[in-house]
Design a protein around this ligand. Structure first.
Ligand SMILES: [Zn+2]
Length: 439
């Protein structure tokens, strides 16, 4: 009997106390006297208290209404003069193309100390991402929670060097996390192989016709996965992608191909988008946006990457595929039409930079796409959570959800740049003070 107990005890020891693990249920913290922006769209609420219990939010009440029972045994954090928001979500990162674990961990560490509590990894070498995701979840490393994808594309896409970079030792197009799809594909099996990687979604990337985008989406949904697509899948048009019922579309400028007389027939044949049809509201785009609103299709705009694309093209004296100005204009039109927008970056700042690119995305959504600060906050929180399919657990500061929050020293409603004034991040109830961040 006692030896059996010892066996169990040693097994428990093996899984105890990862350095960043969330606090256990019963460990309570009261965040007091905060100016709260809860992410539900409500305005700023002064003098609020949030009580967390383990990894979850237990209560959100006016500070004056806190009861002794709610505070019993709770550590207290005074947030007077500070702003409490839901943790930020980056809806578009690539953390392992090619895999480089020290770099990925350094970026994730910077992310979590910058207020980012969750991220979507939008196609990579999943053999490595799966392990990093586990390490983040159990608290072995400081990191946002990660949701990742299994990629699907037409066979002709797999001459792209990135597909080799994410499949080293195997053959891109023939691995469960990067599959070549054509009319002959056994779709239930292909989706099940993707699901077997523990992916949240299928990323529908390129070089597929509309009927295959629709079949992938339908089968992914049937098997409980999400479908996260590029806005144009070449030859599948933006309208076909939206009609297929995908949950999110990435890269604003791709949507513009819908309104162009000529469209690229493959990813490799993309050409620059002419800004002229989009100077005023365009009826073709208006229909596309209306369908996205009706279906709840989220736009993962990725304005930051268009800044990178534009910069790289100018350096090579080539016309850019799309400019930041046009990406901003299209995103503004989608926003005005009521499309939900998430904050994805698809490219990061150098690791020597103290802040990740998500803050550039916030700035561009405000400056180039005309979103008011409150809309940027909603994009970064509740819409980001919906984009991950995780809105039951994330995206707003309400009882029952994960205790994923960011504390700011300056009011982000007065200036969107104040979203950078991070004092601390709370992820699954664990505190990461910005002052503890070491590069
Ligand atoms: Zn991407």
């Amino acid at each position: 009997m006692s030896s059996r107990f010892a066996l169990i005890a040693s097994a428990l020891l093996l899984i105890a106390a990862a350095p960043y693990e969330p606090p256990h249920a019963g460990t309570r913290v009261g965040y007091r006297s905060a100016s709260l922006i809860d992410g539900t769209g409500r305005g700023l609420q002064a003098n609020m208290a949030v009580v967390t219990d383990g990894a979850r939010i237990n209560a959100v009440v006016p500070d004056s209404a806190l009861t002794p029972a709610q505070l019993h045994g709770a550590a207290q954090v005074n947030l007077a003069g500070e702003y409490l928001l839901p943790g930020y979500i980056d809806s578009h990162q690539h953390l392992a193309t090619p895999p480089d674990r020290p770099e990925a961990e350094a970026r994730l560490r910077r992310d979590v100390y910058s207020g980012i509590t969750a991220t979507r990894d939008m196609a990579d070498d999943i053999r490595q991402i799966a392990d990093i995701t586990r390490a983040a979840l159990v608290g072995e490393i400081p990191s946002p929670d990660i949701s990742y994808v299994a990629l699907m594309a037409g066979p002709s896409f797999f001459d792209d060097p990135r597909t080799h970079a994410i499949s080293q030792g195997a053959v891109g197009g023939h691995v469960p996390w990067a599959q070549a799809i054509d009319e002959s594909t056994d779709m239930p099996l292909a989706i099940a192989r993707g699901k077997g990687t523990y992916a949240t979604a299928i990323k529908i990337y390129a070089n597929l016709p509309g009927n295959l985008v629709a079949r992938i989406t339908k089968e992914a949904h049937r098997q409980g996965l999400r479908a996260w697509a590029h806005g144009m899948v070449f030859p599948a048009t933006p309208q076909q992608v939206v009609d297929a019922g995908v949950d999110t579309v990435s890269h604003t400028c791709y949507l513009a191909y819908q309104a162009m007389a000529k469209r690229p027939d493959s990813y490799q044949h993309r050409f620059p988008i002419d800004a002229a049809p989009f100077i005023r509201d365009n009826p073709v785009m208006a229909k596309l946006y209306a369908d996205m609103v009706r279906r709840g299709t989220i736009l993962d705009a990725t304005l930051h990457v268009y800044r990178e694309v534009e910069h790289a093209a100018r350096e090579q004296h080539k016309p850019p595929l799309c400019t930041v100005a046009l990406a901003g204009k299209l995103t503004n039109q989608a926003y005005q039409a009521g499309v939900q927008i998430s904050t994805g970056t698809d490219g990061d700042t150098p690791l020597g930079d103290p802040w990740p690119s998500l803050f550039d995305e916030f700035q561009l959504l405000h400056d180039a796409a005309g979103l008011p600060p409150m809309a940027v906050i909603e994009a970064a929180s509740l819409t980001g959570a919906k984009a991950m399919g995780a809105e039951k657990d994330m995206g707003s500061v309400v009882p029952g959800k994960l205790a994923n929050m960011v504390v700011l020293s300056a009011n982000p409603l007065q200036d969107v740049r104040n979203l950078r004034s991070v004092v601390m991040t709370v992820k699954r109830g664990r505190i990461y003070r910005r002052s503890d961040y070491r590069r």
